[in-house]
Design a protein around this ligand. Sequence first.
Ligand SMILES: [Zn+2]
Ligand SMILES: [Zn+2]
Length: 364
Amino acid sequence: MKAAIMVGANEPVEIHDIAIDQPGPREVLIRTGASGVCHSELHFLQGLYSQNTPTVLGHEGAGTVEKVGELVSYVKPGDRVITCLSSFCGNCERCLSGRPNMCMNKSELERESGSTPRLSKNGEKFFALSGLGTHAEQMLVHENATVKIEGHDDIPYEELALVGCGVMTGIGAAINTADVEVGATVAVIGCGGVGLNVIQGANLANAGKIIAIDREEVKLGMAMQMGATDVVDASVHTDISKRIFELTDGQGVDYSFEVIGLKETAEAAFHMLRRGGTATLIGMVPQGTMLEIPAWSWGERRIQHSSIGSNRFRVQIPQLVDLYARGKIKLGDLVSQTMPLANINQAFEDMQKGQVARTVLTYD
Ligand SMILES: [Zn+2]
Ligand SMILES: [Zn+2]
């Protein structure tokens, strides 16, 4: 089967024909329907985060179950599923305390080292990004990395795929991690695929003022469509914290979200808070970066991280799909363009130009 391979940092992505094994006892073989190209993949490709290679890229996908292992009872062939990178063991203290996205036994969900690899080429093991590897014609994953979608056969895979990372991460950061309350003032720094979903999440929570911050006019336009009430063009207002105070009567915001992954904007997320406010960091700040925060300015301000929207995805992804079916959130508007797997390098080039929310790869 064809798959998009990261061969090394700062190398172009290559399309390889690789072998995929039969499902092990708790594994599921999926025919990929569509996969979204996520900004965080770029961090691995640029060497800002370490990643074993060769690896099949992609962690945002959906498709149809083709075959299941002998111990799998959750899904069966023909089921439509979304994959999620927050795979969980279901037995550890974190899983059993209602925080499966913080699972402590994720290595149990991989095959033991030395056994036949799930993915290979001429005997060489190929890794799968986040245990998924969605940019491929097929995926072989642990059953606890899937959630089945029942009763929404009219929603295409191009839209369902986005829920597995971008939508869950963004909306989850607002409604789970930060728990934005009705009437709160919110700022979102970075309006790509995830940032737009933080805006949707703040909107779902009935936030009062939702201020979108980006350098690209086209993304600020999308932010307004997703429910932002105000925008800050960071190419004009380079001191974004100062601009936020101007827009909030000198008070700052209750909740800020950083969705880019830069030291400067992560620190700005803290600086723009009002007393008692909370900054939530989502963007992947490069490994080794230190953040500096002035200790004199606490005032019960908090800074926290959100991992894939603090999700309980088996419960929450079907809820998000239902919300979409009822017109409460948008999915189709997040898909800027679709293209075949073979054009994946184009997708990353377009991403770096900053003009797209999501490029979705399609499979025949
Ligand atoms: Zn992602
Ligand atoms: Zn666990």
